[in-house]
Each structure stands twice: as structure tokens, then as C-alpha cells.
Design a protein around this ligand. Structure first.
Ligand SMILES: Cc1cc2nc3c(=O)[nH]c(=O)nc-3n(C[C@H](O)[C@H](O)[C@H](O)COP(=O)(O)O)c2cc1C
Ligand code: SF4
Ligand code: SF4
Length: 427
């Protein structure tokens, strides 16, 4: 069995799976049950003020029969008094000394407010702090959460204030509601953050009721923008983690969050640079016990690969993520249809005809039976047909030898003396 333990900027946990700051970490009762189930750590539901919430506050999109593909909320931070949370954090840490207990914090952007809350939560024995600069609704309208998190100077300054007094590692949780997350990630690092975590939720409106014309969700007939999360946001979160991991000026560890529902998702985040991961929506959907599959699957994966420790996969795929200008322009794949398993549904034909390069031919053999064949010389290898094909193995994308040696856009431009690079660095 592989070693699953991690150490994120000095915060240790027996496995890389933490609960994200959210409803599943709202109380000692819940976090302790999660730890009993096997979770390696928990970021407590954000502490701060004011203590209020609305009803209703959640909505979800289902897609093609899959419930909770995306999830949205207009919930604020904890609605339980600070003293109650602190007492329960103390008890939880005492009962589970080997698990990571991190306090998520949000206060007004004032130095003394940060100093005060940091001291109070550190007194009860937390392993670390996570600064919530991500919540996009409610608190943001009052200058907190993503209102702070969208301004690099405010992220840096507040991180610095926290670091002035913090005795435990400080994680800065970033908002995805920004053009370039590396700008705020860099600001956090500049302010002294020991780690960054991403992503918090994405601004969203889940829907509108066609009969009542109310937003979904609504509060007495009125709606507000909410935060989007769940499986639908995973690609966005993964890109943001990867962009920070490969950034030359961001050298702090990353806690990956966003749409993680399985051990496979977690491995992807870790390969792309996350030291550990946090989970919210999947637990809200399926409960704490998904951790059993996550741990078993991760263990199995590492054993099969002959990897002794989960730490050894962190960042292993980062070098494969680059800029468009570094891609080989002469690499070529084409689609190949396996007529033995194809059911002649024509989905690939329609997609290629209407949305790609019209290079799938409908042919007929002598007995009158129709079949499809890709004209490989015209196929641009876009993958569309293989994406829409409902039958596994009916379309394979095959690499074909190139007549030319590898050459990237950046190399090409260097040779012909044009714009030298695709990447733009404005700093
Ligand atoms: C109902 C709800 C409440 C949340 N509350 C908080 C919060 O108090 N503090 C915080 O930092 N993030 C909060 N989040 C964001 C999650 O911690 C997490 O960043 C986000 O949901 C993405 O992860 P997921 O796709 O696994 O859900 C909340 C998310 C949801 C769905
Ligand atoms: S890969 Fe693209 S271009 Fe090639 S056959 Fe499929 S849809 Fe057409
Ligand atoms: S989409 Fe797949 S199954 Fe349908 S015709 Fe094309 S190859 Fe055959």
C-alpha cells in the first residue's frame, strides 16, 4: 500500500482528501463524522460576520439524467456564533490530532480585524488558516470575499496582515471570477502566503422558471447571482491550478478545488501541480462515504504504477501544459472508423459535414450495405467525430507520420523573423 500522506506547506494529513469550506464542514458533529469516515482534513465553514443567510439558497443543473452536474448557491459564511465554532474546532482537533483542521476566515479588509480573528482561531489549535477571498455573493457586496479577491493589491495586503501575526501556515483561497488567476496567486505569494487554494465558486445564474419567471433559486420572488461549482467546473479549476503551477513566479504549494468527485479527478489535479485536494459538491451529493472509494482507488492506482508515495505524482504533468506557440504544428492525427463495431448511426457523418471538414464518405459495398470511411488526406484530426460517436472503439484517432520534422509556431516565427512568441507577458 502506498503512502498517501501529504504535507501542504507544513500542514500534514494522512491522505490528500480534505473537505472544502462549505456546508459539510459547518459543525464539529459533521467534521468528526467525516474524519471517522476517513477524510484526511477539513477546512471549516468560513468564520466571520455577519451571521445570516437566506432561504432558499441552492440550485443544481442536471444533464442527460445525471443529477447535480453543476451546483449553485447563494449561501454566505457560517451562521453559527464564533464561540460555538471555536469550541467545536478545539474538540475536533483534540479527538483527531492526526487530521488537518484548517480555519477558513473572512473579515473586512482591516488590519486589526484580521489580527483579532487569527489570534482567536489559532488559540484553539488549528493546523492552518485559509483566507476566503473567493465568495462571489453577499459578502462581496460588502467588500469581502471575491471583492477583495479580485484586486491583487488587496490580496497581497491582507495576506501580509495575516502573516504579521499567524503562527500556523496561511493558505489563500482564490476566486476564479477574474481574468487571470495567476495575478492574484502571485499577489498572495508576494504577501507571504504559505500556499494557495483554488477555486472558489464561479459567478452564475442557474436558470429562470418558465412559468413564474422567477430565478432559480429565488427568495420570495427575487434572485441574485450565485456561486457555481460541482463536476461542471472541473476543467476551469484544473486549468487554473495548472496555470499557477507552471507560473515562473508562483512557488507556493497548491490545494486543488473544483468539481473533484473521484480519486481520478484528484489524481489529475495532483499531476497538474496540486499537493492535495478539497471536495464540497460531491459530498453534498453523495455523503462522506465517497472517501472510501477515493482512498481505495488512489491506493490501487499508485500500487499499479509502482509509485510508493502520493507525493511523487505532484506536478508530474505540469511540463506537458504549455502555450499554443509551443505545440508541434506538424503533428497529425486522423480519425479511423472501425466498421466492425460501428452501428451506422451517422452521428459522426453529420458532425463532420456540418461542423468540421466534410471528410467522412458514405460508401456502399456490393451487397448494398452502407458504411462510412474517413478521407484521411482531408481529415484535420479535430476529434469531433470521436467525441459524438456513441460506440466505444468505433472511432480511433490515429497518429500518422508527418512529412515534416516537428516545428512549433514559436520556432517557425524565429526562423522567418515574425512575431517571435505566442505568449504575452505584460509584467
Ligand atoms: C453551499 C456552498 C457553500 C460554500 N461556502 C463556502 C464558504 O463558506 N467558504 C469558502 O471558502 N467556500 C465555500 N464554498 C465553496 C467551496 O468550498 C468550493 O470552493 C467550491 O464549492 C468548489 O468545489 P466543489 O466543486 O467540490 O464544490 C461553498 C460552496 C457551496 C456549494
Ligand atoms: S476528426 Fe474532424 S475532420 Fe476528421 S473525420 Fe472526424 S470530424 Fe471530420
Ligand atoms: S458515430 Fe460512431 S457508431 Fe455512429 S456511424 Fe459514426 S462511427 Fe459509426
Amino acid at each position: 500500500m502506498a503512502d498517501l500522506s501529504i504535507n501542504l506547506a507544513g500542514i500534514k494529513s494522512p491522505n490528500p482528501f480534505w473537505l472544502a469550506s462549505a456546508p459539510p464542514t459547518n459543525s464539529g458533529y459533521q467534521v468528526q463524522r467525516a474524519f471517522e469516515a476517513g477524510w484526511g482534513g477539513a477546512v471549516w465553514k468560513t468564520l466571520g460576520e455577519p451571521i445570516l443567510n437566506v432561504s432558499s439558497r441552492f440550485a443544481a443543473v442536471s444533464f442527460n439524467g445525471q443529477r447535480v452536474m453543476g451546483f449553485n448557491n447563494i449561501e454566505l459564511i457560517t451562521d453559527r456564533p464564533l464561540e460555538v465554532n471555536l469550541k467545536e474546532i478545539y474538540e475536533t482537533k483534540k479527538r483527531f490530532p492526526d487530521r488537518a483542521v484548517v480555519a477558513s476566515l473572512m473579515v473586512e479588509p482591516k488590519r486589526e480585524k484580521w489580527h483579532e480573528i487569527v489570534k482567536r482561531v489559532e488559540d484553539v489549535g488549528v493546523d492552518g488558516l485559509e483566507l476566503n477571498f473567493g465568495c462571489p455573493h453577499g459578502m462581496a457586496e460588502r467588500g469581502m470575499g471575491s471583492a477583495s479577491g479580485q484586486v491583487p493589491e488587496l490580496v497581497e495586503k491582507q495576506t501580509y496582515w495575516v502573516k504579521e501575526v499567524a503562527q500556523t501556515p496561511v493558505i489563500v483561497k482564490l476566486t476564479p471570477n477574474i481574468t487571470d488567476i495567476t495575478a492574484t496567486a502571485e499577489a498572495a505569494a508576494q504577501g507571504g502566503a504559505d500556499a494557495i487554494s483554488m477555486i472558489n465558486t464561479i459567478n452564475s445564474l442557474m436558470g429562470v422558471d418558465l412559468d413564474t419567471w422567477n430565478t432559480i433559486p429565488h427568495v420570495a420572488g427575487k434572485g441574485a447571482h450565485g456561486g457555481y461549482c460541482g463536476p461542471a467546473v472541473k476543467p476551469i479549476a484544473l486549468n487554473m491550478v495548472a496555470e499557477c503551477a507552471r507560473h515562473p513566479r508562483i512557488h507556493v504549494p497548491i490545494s486543488g478545488i473544483g468539481g473533484i468527485s473521484s480519486w481520478k479527478d484528484a489524481v489529475e489535479f495532483m499531476l497538474m501541480g496540486a499537493t492535495g485536494v478539497q471536495v464540497c459538491t460531491a459530498v453534498m451529493h453523495h455523503g462522506f462515504r465517497i472517501i472510501e472509494d477515493m482512498i481505495e482507488g488512489l491506493n490501487h492506482y499508485l500500487d499499479e504504477k509502482g509509485i510508493a508515495s502520493v507525493k511523487d505524482i505532484v506536478g508530474r504533468a505540469v511540463h506537458k501544459y504549455s502555450d499554443w506557440g509551443d505545440l508541434d504544428l506538424n503533428y497529425k492525427v486522423v480519425a479511423r472508423i472501425n466498421t466492425d463495431v460501428c452501428i451506422n448511426c451517422n452521428k459522426c457523418y453529420i458532425s463532420c459535414e456540418d461542423a468540421s471538414h466534410q471528410c467522412i464518405d458514405r460508401l456502399t459495398v456490393e451487397n448494398g450495405k452502407e458504411y462510412l470511411k474517413v478521407r484521411e488526406e482531408d481529415c484535420v484530426g479535430c476529434n469531433l467525430c470521436s467525441i459524438v460517436c456513441p460506440v466505444d472503439g468505433a472511432i480511433e484517432m490515429i497518429e500518422i507520420p508527418s512529412e515534416h520534422p516537428p516545428m512549433t509556431w514559436n520556432e517557425r516565427q524565429a526562423v522567418i523573423g515574425g512575431i517571435s512568441s505566442c505568449s504575452v507577458d505584460v509584467k
